[in-house]
Ligand binder design. Sequence first.
Ligand code: ADP
Ligand code: MG
Length: 559
Amino acid sequence: MSTGKINVSVENIFPLIKKFLYSDHEIFLRELISNATDATTKLKHLINIGEAKVEYGNPMIEVKIDKDAKTISIKDQGLGMTAEEVEKYINQVAFSGAEEFLEKYKDSAKDAGIIGHFGLGFYSAFMVADKVEIFTKSYKDEPAVHWICDGSPEFTLEETDKSDRGTEILLHIAEDSTEFLDDFKIRELLLKYNRFNQIPIKFGTKTETLPLPEGAAEDAKPETIEVDDIINNPNPAWTKNPSELTDEDYKKFYSELYPMQFEDPLFHIHLNVDYPFNLTGILFFPKLSNSLNIEKDKIQLYQNQVFVTDEVKGIVPDFLMLLRGVIDSPDIPLNVSRSYLQADGAVKKISSYITKKVADKMVELIRNNREDYEQKWNDIKVVIEYGMVTEDKFYEKSDKFMLYPTTDGKYLLWDELIENIKDKQTDKNGKTVILYASNTDLQDSYIQTAKAKGYEVLLMDSPLVPHLIQKLESTKDKVTFARVDADNINKLIEKDEPVIAKLNDGEKENLKKSIEEAINSQTYTVQLEDLDSNDAPFSITQPEFMRRMKDMQQMGAPS
Ligand code: ADP
Ligand code: MG
């Protein structure tokens, strides 16, 4: 038996850890499970490279609560620690064995999925425990050891008689943390952080009903057995190769991720990069028009299959927060605050990579099946438009996948649109005028009037339209947008002779006057129309700039 002093530079680091290291006490469990997972992954790696000559078996991690003893135990079958290693890895606060391992096995272990990083995770145990014990036996042929620490910098370390390989961490839960002795609470935490943990996690047992044997009597009672309750799926879809997965698999994973979401996603994007950083994941386009459950079902960020956060604002571009799915990167730091995450260089790169990837996917989708893409347009356009007005990188590519629906049911790409109208919709400055309507009532007389004149009218009815138009007008050469119900149509240069109403000038003037009196407004203009070719005898219009001002006011100016 030996005793000694934990090697830290401040006299007592524990109160500090407890108060400041993590805002959330519950993450102690995630940290200890991560260590147990790393211990198992490391062992596997050492066996693979021939450095450990032991059986790997089917290791799992077991979490147990003892309410009477007020303890939680986290036990693994990983590589364990010798006395010397406990001194080195545990007693030196902020010395990361995980980092050391990665450094030592640089080439072979870089993709092994090691989670640890800062060498602080273990001490998060003291956020909820006033005493922590470690029982550990290394895969090396050395005696097992028992470490005890009561939250002061003093610890004891002695040999013990643990015979099976691996480590058990025993937490004596403090008075102010007894909520963690509740089965439901622990299960909830395991499901939150470790639902896709790399190594199976057992938490209690469950009853399973065996199928009746063939030819069993009708009234035979099916047999039940108690089996380990494994709470996680260690091989989620995003960790697999896209070529192994069918559409059905992706849908299944979607409902695994969002059990309360019963509508299938529209399509998925499987992310898979290993240069210049590591990242995997699957993003889904949900059916936005029907179920706006964005608040609850959000993109989840993982680090080596450990949940980090679903508060992804500032981490993924805003417009992608309308998507769902998982992003997993070993480069996403586990233990840090949101503001740190947002400032993190790796995280910024991830964000712009994803933007590019989504743009590429849109191009692929429209090329592969234009009809299907058009059918889904109503559900995806908000994401696309939002992306166009907020992310320049996305906007730059958008001509290839942004569709402009017309009031007669066509969906045109930018170039197709311009090709269609460039000869017939020009104003006196030589700009191509894109007419659009923002209401979905296709019987609208303004639309009818414009159509009767042979103009193309776009249907732009989403709330982002004013911003989108600003963006397009400021980047495209010689185009201008004009609302079909503003005073625009008449500014277009008409190819044919203007149509003449049947009324004589005096009659027209009188009619116009009486309508103007009726609406009694300074801001609207009354325009008489051709009485023959359409059933709207006149139109009331408002200057275009007034329309825009109103739109902007309604939705708040862009930031
Ligand atoms: P990190 O995981 O970032 O390296 P921790 O403070 O979480 O830092 O853990 C410190 C070190 O203690 C680990 O790197 C590892 O070497 C050792 N350790 C902790 N838990 C276990 C365990 N269950 N089995 C084996 N070694 C462990
Ligand atoms: Mg750790």
